[in-house]
Write a protein that binds this ligand. Structure first.
Ligand code: 3H9
Length: 676
C-alpha cells in the first residue's frame, strides 16, 4: 500500500493537516482523498477545536494535478473536498507559503481563515492553461475581494503578493516568514471559538458593470483569439448577477468542462509541459557540474548586444560590453539606460534599481577587458570571416574555462569553434529581437560543445528569464530555418494574384503577430539585397530599387504614415501586376484557408525534417521555439501541435497539392495515423 501524501499532527486542541507531495504539492487524487479524510478526522475528534492546513516543501498547493486532466477521475473531486472544508463546523485555517495557485488558491478560499508568510503569492493562473478556476474560485473570489480583482485574478491570471491579498481580504493575517506553522496554530487558537464561521459562499457580490466593460476594453488586445478569458469573465459576472452560489457553481462547472474539452486548453497545457521539457537535454545527466557564471562579456553594443546585456544586468550579473568606437559604445549604453528609465517611469523599477543595474555595466573599447569574463557572447554583424577572426582573438584573451558564445541567427557554430584551441567551450546563444523582451533562447550545440557548457547555458536561461531550446547546427537553426519556408509560397501567391495585405491578414487572423510582408517591412526589404538598382529579377528587387526598404523609409510592401500606420500601396500593386502578367502562373483566388495551407504547411514540413535530422530533440521543442521566438499563437500550441490538430494526412495532401516535396517523417507519420 502506498502511503498518503497527507498526514496529521496534533498540537493539543489544533489538528495540523500537512501535505507532502513534491515537487509542488499538486492536488492529485491521493492528496484529495487524504485531505477529505483529515477534515473528517478533525470533525470527529472532540479534543480538536480548529484545524490548520499547510504544506511541506517549497510551496503550498500549486493547483490541480495537470497530468490528471483528461483521465478518468479517482477519489473525490476538488470541488467536493473544498465544500467539505467550508462546511466544517470547526474553523479551518490555511497556512500559506510559496505559491497557492489555482486549485491551491481555491482550497484556501474554502478555508474559513487564511494566514500567509510575506513572500507568499496567491493566484488563479488557470486561464494560462486555457481554463478557469473550476473548484469554486470564480464564485468565491468575487464574494471576498469584489468583481474588479476577481476579473484580474481569473481572466489575466497573474498571482498577487501576500500584501495585496491581505489588503483585498483574501488573507486574514501576514505571519512570520520563518514561523508559519507556529503562527498559524496560534491564530487558529485565537479564533477557535468565534462564531459564526466566515464562509465565502455566504458572501454577496456587488455588481460592477462599468468595471467589467473597462476591464474588457483594457485587455482586448491581450485576449485576442483566446477563449478562456471570456469564460472567466462570464463566471465572475454570473457571481455578480444575483444568482445563488449553487447557480454560480453550476455555471462555472459548465464553462470549465467546455474549455477542458476544447483544443485551446489542450494546446496551452501542451505548452506548459513542453516549456519545462525543453530545458532537459536527453543525453546530459541531471547532476552535471555547471560552470559558475559571475561575469559576462558582450561584444557589440548595437540593438542585439544591448538587449542581451540587459538580461544579465536585470539578473544582477555584471556585464562588460565592448565596441570598436566610442560613439557606438556611448550610443549603445545610452539606449540601455533609456530603456531602463522608461521602465522606471512605468513603475517597473525604482530609480535605485536602474542605477544599480547601470552600475553593473562596464563599457570598454578594449577586447582584452573580457579576460575575466566567465561567458562571452558576440553580437556583431553576420559575417563568417569577421566572426572567425573574432573567435581567434577571443581564444587568446578569454580565461581558461570561459564559455565563448555566438548570437548568430544562422551561421555555422562549428566553423567558429574550429578557429579556437577550445571548441568544447564554444556554443550558440541565439537571442531574439528585442533581446530583453523575447523569451526564447535558441541554444546551438556544436559538434564539439562540451556537455557541461551546454548544461551551464541551459541552466542560465532561467535566471535571465528565458526559455531555452537546444538546436543542432544547421542553417537558420530551428526557428529561422522553418521561417525561410514561408516567404517563397507567399511570394508565389502574389504572382498568382493575391495581395500582400490579403496574405498578411490571413496570417494575423490565424493569430501570428504579423504576416510575411509586414515582417519584411519591419526587418528591411533591402536586407540581403544585391544593391544593384538596374538588376530587377524579383518583386523584392523592384521594391528595393525604388527605395521601398520598409518602415525605415516609410514605404515597402506598404505605405506608412508618420504614425507608422500601414496602408496598401498602389505603386506596389502595379509592380506586382507587372511581374504577374509576365509570369506563366495561372491567376487564382485564395481563401484564408488556402493562404494558411500554402504558407504554414511548408513550415511544418521543415519541422519534420529538423526532427528527423535530430536538429531538434522533440517536436514540442519546435513548438516552444515558435511560440516564444516568433509569437505563434499560444492557443494553437505551436506548429507541430497545430499540425496534429489539423490532421497530418490533411497537411500532407495540402503540401502535395502545392507541389511541395513531403518530408519522409511527416509522410510516415501521416500514413501510420500517428501524431508528432
Ligand atoms: C487547476 O488548478 C484547476 C482547478 O481550478 C480546477 C480543478 C477542478 N500539476 O514550474 P516548475 C510540475 S489547474 C502537475 O519547473 P517552478 C512541473 O511540470 C492548475 N505538475 O517549478 C515540473 O515537473 P518536471 C493551476 C505540475 O519552481 C515541476 O512540477 N495551477 C504542476 O519554476 C516543477 O515545476 C497552475 O497552473 C501541476 N499543477 O515553479 C500552476 N505544477 O520537474 C502551475 C508544476 O517533471 N505551476 N508541476 O518538469 C506553476 O506555475 C509552477 O510550476 C510553480 C513552480 C510556480 C508552482
Amino acid at each position: 500500500m502506498t502511503t498518503s501524501p497527507i498526514r496529521t499532527e496534533r498540537h493539543d486542541d489544533i489538528l495540523v493537516i500537512i501535505s507532502n507531495n513534491p515537487p509542488v504539492n499538486a492536488l492529485g487524487a491521493a492528496v484529495r482523498i487524504g485531505l477529505d479524510a483529515a477534515i473528517k478526522e478533525g470533525a470527529g475528534d472532540d479534543a480538536i477545536k480548529a484545524m490548520v492546513i499547510r504544506c511541506d516543501g517549497r510551496t503550498f498547493f500549486a493547483g490541480a494535478d495537470i497530468t490528471e486532466f483528461g483521465k478518468p477521475m479517482t477519489g473525490p473531486g476538488l470541488g467536493e473536498v473544498i465544500d467539505a472544508i467550508e462546511a466544517s463546523e470547526k474553523p479551518v485555517v490555511a497556512a500559506i507559503h510559496g505559491t497557492a495557485l489555482g486549485g491551491g488558491c481555491e482550497v484556501t478560499l474554502g478555508c474559513h481563515y487564511r494566514v500567509a508568510v510575506p513572500s507568499a503569492k496567491i493566484g488563479t493562473p488557470e486561464v494560462k492553461l486555457g481554463l478557469l478556476p473550476g473548484a469554486g474560485g470564480t464564485q468565491r473570489i468575487p464574494r471576498i475581494a469584489g468583481v474588479k480583482l476577481a476579473l484580474q485574478m481569473t481572466a489575466v491570471g497573474d498571482p498577487i503578493s501576500a500584501k495585496a491579498a491581505h489588503a483585498a481580504g483574501l488573507i486574514d493575517r501576514i505571519v512570520g516568514e520563518d514561523s508559519l506553522e507556529a503562527d498559524a496554530i496560534a491564530f487558529a487558537r485565537e479564533i477557535a471559538d468565534k462564531r459564526p464561521l466566515p464562509r465565502a459562499r455566504e458572501g454577496s457580490v456587488q455588481a460592477d458593470e462599468a468595471a467589467v466593460a473597462e476591464f474588457k476594453q483594457a485587455n482586448a488586445r491581450k485576449f485576442r483569439g483566446f477563449d478562456a478569458p471570456a469564460a472567466n469573465i462570464a463566471c465572475v459576472e454570473k457571481a455578480a448577477s444575483g444568482a445563488s452560489f449553487e447557480e454560480g457553481i453550476a455555471f462555472e462547472r459548465q464553462e470549465f468542462m467546455k474549455l477542458m474539452g476544447g483544443t485551446q486548453s489542450a494546446a496551452q497545457r501542451h505548452l506548459f509541459f513542453a516549456e519545462r521539457q525543453a530545458a532537459k537535454v536527453d543525453d546530459i545527466p541531471a547532476g552535471t557540474q555547471l560552470r559558475p557564471i559571475k561575469k559576462v562579456g558582450v561584444i557589440g553594443a548595437g540593438t542585439m548586444g544591448g538587449g542581451i546585456s540587459m538580461n544579465f544586468l536585470q539578473a544582477g550579473i555584471p556585464v562588460t560590453i565592448v565596441e570598436t568606437a566610442q560613439e557606438a559604445l556611448d550610443r549603445g549604453t545610452g539606449v540601455i539606460r533609456r530603456n531602463y528609465e522608461n521602465s522606471a517611469k512605468k513603475g517597473r523599477y525604482t530609480t535605485e534599481k536602474v542605477e544599480g543595474m547601470m552600475g553593473l555595466l562596464t563599457p570598454t573599447l578594449n577586447l582584452e577587458d573580457l579576460a575575466d569574463c566567465d561567458l562571452i557572447i558576440e553580437a556583431i554583424y553576420e559575417n563568417m570571416d569577421v566572426k572567425k577572426e573574432l573567435f581567434g582573438k577571443l581564444d587568446k584573451i578569454a580565461k581558461p574555462g570561459a564559455i565563448l558564445a555566438s548570437n548568430t541567427s544562422y551561421l555555422n557554430i562549428d566553423e567558429m569553434a574550429a578557429v579556437t584551441s577550445r571548441p568544447g567551450d564554444v556554443i550558440g546563444m541565439h537571442f531574439f529581437s528585442p533581446a530583453n523582451v523575447m523569451k526564447l533562447l535558441e541554444v546551438v550545440r556544436g559538434a564539439k560543445t562540451s556537455p557541461d557548457v551546454l548544461a551551464t547555458v541551459m541552466a542560465l536561461a532561467k535566471p535571465i528569464g528565458k526559455v531555452a531550446v537546444v538546436s543542432g547546427v544547421c542553417p537558420g537553426f530551428i526557428g529561422n530555418r522553418m521561417l525561410s519556408q514561408r516567404q517563397g509560397p507567399a511570394n508565389k501567391m502574389l504572382m498568382q494574384g493575391a495581395r500582400p495585405e490579403q496574405i498578411d491578414k490571413a496570417i494575423v487572423d490565424f493569430g501570428m503577430p504579423m504576416g510575411p510582408f509586414q515582417m519584411s517591412d519591419l526587418a528591411g526589404v533591402d536586407i540581403g539585397w544585391h544593391r544593384d538598382p538596374t538588376r530587377i529579377e524579383s518583386i523584392r528587387d523592384a521594391l528595393a530599387a525604388k527605395g521601398r526598404w520598409g518602415q525605415k523609409t516609410s514605404k515597402g510592401f506598404y505605405d506608412y504614415d508618420e504614425k507608422r500606420t500601414p496602408s496598401p500601396s498602389p505603386e506596389v500593386a502595379e509592380i506586382i501586376e507587372d511581374f504577374r502578367s509576365k509570369s506563366n502562373l495561372p491567376k487564382q483566388d485564395f481563401s484564408d484557408e488556402d493562404v494558411i495551407a500554402a504558407t504554414l504547411y511548408p513550415m511544418v514540413n521543415e519541422g519534420a525534417k529538423i526532427l528527423d535530422e535530430g536538429m531538434a530533440q522533440r517536436a514540442s521543442d519546435i513548438d516552444v521555439v515558435w511560440i516564444y521566438g516568433y509569437g505563434w499563437p499560444i492557443y494553437r500550441g505551436g506548429p507541430m501541435f497545430w499540425a496534429n490538430t489539423v490532421g497530418l494526412d490533411k497537411v500532407v495532401a495540402g503540401l502535395e497539392k502545392n507541389g511541395v516535396e513531403v518530408a519522409p517523417l511527416l509522410k510516415r507519420k501521416a500514413e501510420a495515423g500517428e501524431k508528432f
